[in-house]
Design a protein around this ligand. Structure first.
Ligand SMILES: CCCCC/C=C\C/C=C\C/C=C\C=C\C(=O)SCCNC(=O)CCNC(=O)[C@H](O)C(C)(C)COP(=O)(O)OP(=O)(O)OC[C@H]1O[C@@H](n2cnc3c(N)ncnc32)[C@H](O)[C@@H]1OP(=O)(O)O
Ligand SMILES: NC(=O)C1=CN([C@@H]2O[C@H](COP(=O)(O)OP(=O)(O)OC[C@H]3O[C@@H](n4cnc5c(N)ncnc54)[C@H](OP(=O)(O)O)[C@@H]3O)[C@@H](O)[C@H]2O)C=CC1
Length: 330
């Protein structure tokens, strides 16, 4: 078999060999099955019970998706939580459900993070209800896929106002008040893997998330002296209604997305909630300025030029190795 394939490839350049339909029609070798079976997500809360007792956590966008999962975990660990976003009915329902599940109070505050006055009013309300927070999670975001030539100025503004300006307004408002009260805190921002690489079709989100990362790394350096830590999680794809309805509205891309993730599956909200809780906890007081990619390996898998060679079968490797070994000179 290897000899036959070698004859077919013989005489052609390596480039033509890779471009040949023979290579491209080859399925990925299936010897090991789906990698997913090695990487089942663990259920349950990771930190010890009571890790956030007597602590207050403030989570933007805490009513849905990943924000809701992080709020649930912190609440299970004993925190009083305050969740904030635009839709008060959604927040209120989430707050009630989590409070009755965990027995710890979750407060809902309406706040459009694009409006600095609304942010200031939200923090006033929080101060009255719970006092200033020990944990701040900037999770609220807006996004949609769109060719950039179809973007209006307001489309750009809408996303960058939520993601970059919203995070800055929340962080500055809380930071200044915490500094005044000489209270330390952990700030966490949820960005995305393409904050680092950039990405077509989500250009306002990529630009704004990159700005958030610069903001948090800068403040990690500047505000350690006030007892403030700043860290970043870059999640890969995790199914939420908010993200998938705007980024893969037809569902056409999910399958190909999973094939490029070396661990063979999407992340789960509970996994990111455990990571966020650890970063925000007293077990991580030496962590500041960290950027943690949490994506099942998707980023490196897309970045490595030769990673497509996963498709090469052992027989094809025999051919390629023979060709490479037969090369003499430069
Ligand atoms: C290869 C494919 C891979 C598939 C990937 C699948 C899964 C995901 C994997 C990874 C995800 C990685 C990162 C994820 C990052 C995220 O942030 S996900 C979170 C998403 N959640 C949300 O967006 C929730 C909040 N969003 C919203 O409320 C709205 O979507 C919006 C952001 C638009 C804000 O709402 P609102 O303030 O009501 O704005 P408007 O509706 O008035 O719109 C403002 C302007 O924007 C224009 N616009 C809106 N939608 C589009 C669109 N689809 N295309 C083009 N333009 C749009 C709108 O027209 C307004 O502009 P004009 O006034 O008309 O000029
Ligand atoms: N799910 C995924 O695959 C990934 C998600 N992420 C990031 O994770 C975070 C959570 O996303 P996810 O849970 O998936 O999506 P959701 O859409 O569920 O969460 C976004 C939240 O932001 C809130 N929000 C939006 N605009 C505003 C605003 N102007 N003011 C206040 N709150 C606002 C929304 O609430 P409301 O509408 O009530 O205002 C909503 O609760 C985001 O930062 C996202 O970028 C990153 C990479 C991958």
């Amino acid at each position: 078999m290897a000899a036959a394939v070698f004859r077919r490839a013989e005489g052609s350049s390596v480039t033509r060999f890779f471009q040949s339909s023979w290579f491209h029609s080859s399925p990925a070798p299936q010897q090991s099955g789906s990698p997913q079976r090695f990487f089942a997500p663990a259920d349950g809360v990771m930190l010890p019970t009571g890790s956030f007792k007597d602590r207050v956590a403030f989570i933007t966008g805490g009513g849905t998706g990943l924000g809701r999962a992080m709020t649930t975990t912190l609440s299970m660990l004993g925190a009083q939580c305050v969740i904030a976003s635009r839709k008060l009915d959604v927040l209120q329902q989430t707050a009630n459900e989590i409070s009755s599940q965990t027995g710890n109070q979750v407060y809902a505050v309406q706040c459009d993070v694009r409006d600095p006055q609304a942010v200031s009013h939200c923090v006033d309300q929080m101060e009255t209800m719970t006092g200033l927070p020990d944990v701040i999670i900037n999770n609220a975001a807006g996004n949609f896929v769109c060719p950039s030539e179809r973007l209006s100025p307001n489309g750009w503004k809408s996303i960058t106002d939520i993601v970059l300006n919203g995070t800055a307004y929340i962080t500055l408002e809380l930071g200044k008040r915490l500094i005044k009260k000489q209270k330390g805190a952990s700030f966490l921002a949820i960005t995305t893997i393409y904050a680092e690489s950039g990405s077509g079709f989500v250009v306002p989100s990529a630009s704004a998330k990159a700005g958030v990362e610069a903001l948090y790394k800068s403040l990690a350096a500047e505000w350690g002296r006030y007892g403030h830590r700043f860290n970043i999680i870059q999640p890969g794809p995790i199914r939420t209604k908010g993200a998938f309805s705007r980024l893969d509205p037809t569902g056409a891309f999910e399958k190909s997305m999973i094939t490029r993730i070396p661990t063979g599956r999407l992340g789960t909200p509970e996994e990111i909630a455990n990571l966020a809780a650890y970063i925000s906890s007293d077990y991580a007081t030496w962590m500041s300025g960290a950027v943690i990619r949490f994506d099942g390996g998707e980023y490196v898998s897309m970045a490595g030029e030769f990673n497509e060679l996963k498709k090469v079968t052992p027989d094809q490797w025999d051919v390629m190795e023979a060709m490479i070994r037969s090369t003499k000179g430069s």
